[in-house]
Design a protein around this ligand. Structure first.
Ligand SMILES: Cc1ncc(C[n+]2csc(CCOP(=O)(O)OP(=O)(O)O)c2C)c(N)n1
Ligand SMILES: [Mg+2]
Length: 803
């Protein structure tokens, strides 16, 4: 057997031995954590466990090739890799199992993510970027199989961009594009479209990406024959392999228990990707799952005896151990001693982690018991409260939930009583809830000064006699300024580059800024968003274009699972300043007229969703977003590109405020709230209503997430006492959301003299043609008649029945 891999060249046998033993230690440490971790689930201390057992060896090789500035985009099996880089300790692992909410103790997500999801910190305490070239980076994992792939593409593409783009300050992000993005994925997950789409895009883009496929022949209970054509992923992907004539992938295949072969493969892959910017697939075969897939089932149910035996024999740690002994690197005694020590070390880490976990709320328990006792003593309901107290005494390790329940239920028995003991219990409860809730809810959005809603408005400036131009000209000329002012900004999408997008909002800009910054892509919405996600994580300012709003559903999984929750799931330790640009609302036919705003606002909390009524507002939103570091979706009005607008003088500077509504017509009789293309219908209806003596106030919501943070709408309703929300989403969609915001959050119900209403599109998809539009979407007559009917109901003498 070859024991002189490249890794052992130029080093003494002692150094070589030290390296091997240090790797073996990590393999055993990681395995021991997996074994003891699973027990914590079985005894009920943890709710669920998924571990890296059976995949240790290749991860050691990957860790060796991984350099400062590199990025990982992987999945839940990578604990050994994280440990090898010193980014995960056994104690961290146990804290993540217990869901400790203190970020100092559970550094991966402060208890928000289940174990097996890994992250490194990209941000300083003040939210600014750290120097990412001086650390090893892991983008925050998600549980969705293959969901890590689109992001991986962007992480790799960032290196390419940093190597190519001029005038970009890369100091914190890249050393001339020498960073590799390392992906990991399970064999079964390579069946996902996201994997295949990413592979193709990476082959086209030729980016420094190394994808490791951990192949253990199974995806939970389902064996290889169901996953891959020809039952072999390498064979399935062989058409992607590069040739001497055509660029493609470097494909490597290596057995997961073969230490030296793995070391060679990873060093090789790293060099190819790093130097040549060629993507590499490493198909790591013959891996195993010693404990089965996760804590939620045992693999004895679905694997044959032969397979289980084979897995025992070929367990990568076992074979690594055998190899160490065979080659005489060390003795059985030394290995046994090392293993024993590690078991001790992990047991201790587990014990300490549990004690620390308890310490986060233990003192609260003691205090609460004292308060319950004092309150019981004073209350005629003493027995009931004492029961709650005694239950809490019997529960030595209560969850926070159980303490909150005890306190809140005890307070019910004190209704009508007034004494300091009750007051103290109430105060404790209020404080406890107030302190605890943010542990679960903070950091959905940036909570620092750079939050998008804090960027001040700068109004467009117009010269006297300003010419009116097509809306798309304003957008185009504003983008020109935006790309001049922000050398790290780039835009890409289908038909975005050469022709400057399908509505020519980027016309001519590729000539000026080059093919890298104003770029065409293949037709592949998911990885367009992935490109944006990965590049945003590495300090660029990508604008990812989805050609039509209706096609955003292809990318919705990546937006909701990855982009929208990134800040939340990392407890604010990473950020993804991605702008998604698209165009939508009414045009023609089912797939160019959709306005599924309810579906989007409900699945993309964590992003800003902006629906400007014209191109000036849209351009202003892009300018605002470049000043913040939060992800947003901007939906331009498809039918607005050729409408005339006055061209502002301060292109590139004016900023449309986020979270602020605009009153576009004041009135006294009824408040009409709308947004986007529908707003023009509402404005027309308001003009016609004036002719019959109804003076409507028209408000443009503009930003749907968040809606009206200044509560200006309720001020209007206070004046008019009537409210209708109009949009072209399905019934009960975004209009219902806006209505809830106004009635519930802003308290407008108290000022209403008439029932509030929504006007929406029909429940079906919009039919084709002008008549299809008229009978599918709300029209001026619909708005006129609904408003008239409300006025008729309240004052039939002035407004007799219409029809
Ligand atoms: C999109 C999605 N579908 C289904 C699941 C449930 N699930 C979790 S792991 C898994 C099997 C993955 O197998 P493989 O990719 O081979 O990885 P392994 O666990 O074997 O390492 C499945 C189906 C999921 N997490 N995400
Ligand atoms: Mg598998």
């Amino acid at each position: 057997m070859d024991i002189s891999p490249k890794t052992s060249n130029d080093i003494s046998f002692d150094d070589f031995k030290t390296q091997i033993l240090s790797d073996y230690k990590i393999a055993v440490l990681s395995r021991t954590c997996s074994l003891l971790g699973r027990k914590e689930v079985l005894t009920g201390k943890a709710k669920f466990g998924i571990f890296g057992d059976g995949k240790e060896l290749p991860q050691l090789a990957m860790a060796k090739a991984f350099k400062n500035g590199d990025w990982r985009s992987g999945y839940y099996r990578d604990q050994t890799f994280m440990m090898a880089l010193g980014l995960l300790t056994p104690k961290d692992l146990f804290h993540s199992l217990y869901a400790t909410t203190d970020i100092e103790m559970e550094p991966m997500s402060a208890g928000r993510q289940m174990g097996g999801h890994y992250v490194t910190y990209s941000l300083n305490e003040d939210g600014s970027w750290k120097n990412l070239t001086q650390q090893k980076n892991s983008s925050a994992d998600i549980s969705c199989t293959a969901g890590q792939m689109p992001r991986l593409l962007g992480l790799a593409q960032a290196s390419k961009m940093y190597r190519k783009l001029k005038n970009v300050d890369a100091s914190k992000f890249s050393d001339n594009g020498n960073e590799v993005a390392w992906g990991t994925i399970g064999n079964a997950s390579t069946s996902e479209g996201m994997f295949l789409e990413t592979i193709n895009a990476a082959g086209v883009l030729q980016v420094p990406m190394v994808i490791s496929i951990w192949d253990d022949d199974y995806g939970i209970s389902v064996p290889a024959e169901y996953h891959a054509t020809k039952e072999d992923i390498s064979e399935m992907l062989s058409g992607f392999e590069r040739t001497s004539e055509k660029p493609g992938f470097e494909m490597l295949k290596v057995k997961g228990w073969d230490y030296t072969a793995l070391m060679h493969a990873y060093e090789n892959a790293s060099d190819i990707a790093r130097e040549e910017h060629v993507p590499v697939v490493i198909h790591v075969t013959e891996l195993t799952q010693p404990q089965g897939h996760s804590s939620s089932g045992s693999h004895e149910r679905y694997k044959s005896k032969e397979r289980l035996n084979w897995e025992r024999e070929n367990d990568c740690n076992k074979r690594f151990r055998e190899w160490i002994l065979e080659t005489g690197i060390t003795s059985e005694e030394e290995l046994s001693a090392l293993e024993k020590n590690i078991t001790k070390q992990v047991r201790l880490a587990k014990k300490e982690a549990w004690a620390e976990y308890l310490s986060t709320h233990g003192p609260h328990r003691k205090k609460l018991i004292a308060l319950l006792e004092a309150a019981a003593h004073k209350s005629p309901n003493k027995n009931f409260i004492s029961k709650i107290k005694n239950d809490l005494i019997a529960n030595e390790e209560p969850l926070k939930k159980e303490m909150a329940q005890a306190a809140r239920r005890a307070i019910r028995y004190l209704i009508g009583e007034t004494h300091p003991q009750k007051e103290e219990l109430v105060n404790w409860t209020n404080n406890f809830l107030q302190d605890t809730q943010p542990k679960y809810s903070a950091d959905l959005y940036n909570e620092g000064p750079n939050r998008a809603t804090n960027i001040p408005e700068i109004k467009p400036i117009y010269e006297d006699g300003t010419e009116e131009v097509d809306g798309r000209i304003i957008l185009r000329d504003n983008f020109e300024k935006l790309f001049e002012n922000n050398p790290n900004a780039l835009v890409f999408g289908e038909d975005t580059g050469n022709i400057g997008d399908v509505n020519q909002g980027l016309e001519g800009l590729q000539n000026k800024f080059g093919k890298d910054r104003i770029a065409d892509t293949g037709i592949r919405e998911t990885t367009i968003i992935g490109q944006g996600t990965g590049m945003a994580l590495r300090g660029l300012r990508p604008i990812a274009e989805i050609q039509y709003l209706d096609y955003i559903f292809y990318a919705l999984a990546t937006l909701t699972d990855d982009v929208a929750c990134l800040r939340y799931r990392t407890f604010g330790k990473q950020k993804v300043p991605l702008i998604v640009r698209t165009r939508g609302h009414r045009l023609e036919g089912i797939w160019h007229s959709g306005s599924p705003m309810g579906a989007l606002i409900h699945s993309l909390r964590g992003m800003y969703i902006l629906s400007p009524r014209n191109m000036t507002q849209a351009a202003g939103f892009y300018n605002t977003l470049m000043k913040t570091d939060e992800p947003a979706l901007v939906i331009e009005s498809l039918n607005g590109y050729r409408l005339k607008e006055k061209k502002p003088q301060n292109l590139g500077d004016f900023c449309t405020p986020i979270g602020k509504v605009e009153t576009v017509k004041s009135g006294t009789d009824i408040t009409l709230v709308s947004y986007g293309s529908t707003l023009r219908i509402v404005e027309q209806a308001a003009k016609e209503l004036l002719e019959v003596g109804i003076d409507a106030e028209v408000i443009d919501a503009q930003t749907l997430l968040p809606f009206d943070i200044y509560h200006d709408t309720v001020k209007s309703v206070e004046k008019t006492s009537r409210l209708v929300v109009i949009d072209e989403d399905v019934p009960g969609g975004c209009s219902a959301y806006i209505l809830t915001e106004i009635l519930e959050k802003q308290g407008a119900y108290q000022f209403l003299d008439s029932a509030p209403h929504t006007i929406s599109a029909k429940a079906h998809r919009p039919a084709y043609g002008s008549d299809g539009d008229y009978f599918s979407k709300p029209n001026t007559e619909d708005v006129f008649e609904k408003v008239y009917a409300i006025m008729h109901e309240s004052d039939p003498d002035s407004f007799p029945k219409l029809r």
